[in-house]
Design a protein around this ligand. Structure first.
Ligand code: AMP
Ligand code: MG
Length: 416
């Protein structure tokens, strides 16, 4: 039984991120949201593209207004008006000003903007009552970013702010990593689909649906392979089919003690290198992790045999599989599990033998995290009180109690 930290190293080190040349696709700008950028984005444009005004006011030569104040104002002739989007036609000579609006291009000759609040206009003349600093309220060409400088790095998640940068750079065809494919199968003679009528002793296959949802949330494409009976031949066929098209294969069930050798043998017979057979985690101990090096042209396919109990399969997904999918998807930073310190509202207990994950809710109260334990039974078969989980309180090996009011590490988990 491997300690959690050792297991995560083995798993995360086995992940080869998608290849920026082979695993790329080009999508339209709006389709890029939620995708991972695969190549650096540069632009031949300066940002701002030209000197422009940050205020509604008057574009002036600073030397004309440098000494002015309310008692000794500067009076300048307004020779032109420059709205946003127009190219200035006249250049500003000594004693002259241009009426200018926010975002409009600065005219030649002018170097400073005076905001209209410190001016009075009479006909074609403006009285300036207060001096601005040199170059005040001018957004200088290239001051945000110079032409040719990288704007976005590969491996970032594309959201609204990145879409804004891409749009501004007039980049409308975006190179992104393809979404990883994650095959999911459930094992168990007792399982039925949510549509089927339950017979005594049967159970609905909830794992398939929960795992598919989490796979989607991690940015991958779930391939749902359905329920596979506890039959070595059928399971072998299903796994071997999954290995042909998926980057990651997840099964749930069939890895607890009695079934162990059975899955082991199938994976080995298909060429899998089994790296992990059990992890000192609660819930989730019986977890099989294997690597398949199927061909030189393909990255290894990773196999996660998650335990069948609904809570165990989700906890181990959050702890090990989700970061693995995100790393594989090409995310450079931030694919690692996210832990925060939180003050627990309830006392948290463990037998101290394995690293224990207790499910509940993380709340942000006055800038501090608090953790509340889900009500009802903390039992790995109880998926009902798992609803609304967004955090897992972690008690390390050897720790048997965290009192209410004390701090605990909480794994933040994506649920919606
Ligand atoms: P197993 O690891 O196959 O022994 O399964 C452990 C427990 O999890 C059993 O009570 C199973 O009925 C239950 N279980 C297994 N697979 C699923 C599933 N796909 N959905 C919900 N419960 C499951
Ligand atoms: Mg089973």
């Amino acid at each position: 039984m491997l300690p959690v930290q050792q297991a995560e190293q083995i798993i995360f080190n086995s992940v080869e991120p998608l290849n920026p040349e082979r695993d790329i696709e080009i999508v339209d700008l709006l389709e890029a949201s939620g995708r991972i950028l695969a190549q650096e984005i540069t632009s031949q444009l300066d940002f701002p593209h030209w000197d422009n005004s940050a205020m509604d006011g008057y574009a002036v030569r600073h030397t004309d207004i440098a000494e002015c104040n309310a008692k000794n104002p500067a009076i300048l002739e307004i020779i032109t008006e420059i709205p946003a989007g127009k190219s200035p036609e006249k250049s500003i000579q000594p004693g002259q000003a241009a009426r200018i609006f926010t975002g409009a291009m600065m005219p030649k000759g002018a170097d400073t903007v005076v905001m209209q609040e410190v001016t009075q206009r009479e006909g074609n003349f403006v009285t300036i009552l207060s001096a601005s600093a040199p170059q005040a309220f001018v957004r200088q060409k290239g001051s945000y970013s110079k032409a040719g400088t990288p704007l976005l790095s590969p491996g970032i998640n594309i959201g609204a702010t990145e879409i804004a940068v891409l749009a501004s750079a007039q980049c409308t065809q975006i190179p992104v990593y393809r979404r990883p494919v994650v095959a999911i199968l459930s094992t168990g003679d007792e399982l039925v689909t949510p549509e089927q009528t339950l017979k005594p002793g049967q159970l609905v296959d909830s794992n398939q649906y929960a795992l598919a949802t989490l796979v989607k949330q991690a940015g991958a494409v779930p391939q749902m392979l359905g329920i596979i009976p506890d039959d070595p031949e059928q399971l072998k066929n299903a796994i071997s089919q999954a290995l042909t098209s998926a980057d990651i294969v997840i099964s749930s069930g069939g890895v607890s003690v009695g079934d162990y050798d059975f899955v082991d043998r199938i994976l080995s017979s298909l060429g899998g290198e089994i790296q992990i057979r059990a992890i000192a985690i609660k819930p989730g101990k019986p977890l099989t992790f294997a690597k398949f090096n199927l061909s030189k042209d393909r990255s290894p396919v990773l196999y996660f045999g998650l335990p069948g109990n609904p809570v165990s399969s989700l906890v181990t997904f959050w702890r090990f599989v989700q970061p693995a999918i995100e790393k594989l998807a090409g995310i450079q930073d931030f694919w690692q599990p996210k832990f925060v310190q939180a003050k627990t509202r309830h006392s948290l207990k463990s037998d101290g033998k394995r690293e224990s994950y207790l499910w509940g809710q993380l709340h942000l109260v006055n800038g501090e995290y608090e953790f509340s334990l889900a009500g009802g039974t903390q039992n790995s078969g109880n998926l009902i009180n798992l609803a609304q989980t967004n955090g897992l309180g972690v008690l390390p090996v050897g720790e048997t109690l965290v009192n209410a009011g004390d701090f605990v590490q909480v794994l933040q988990v994506k649920n919606s």
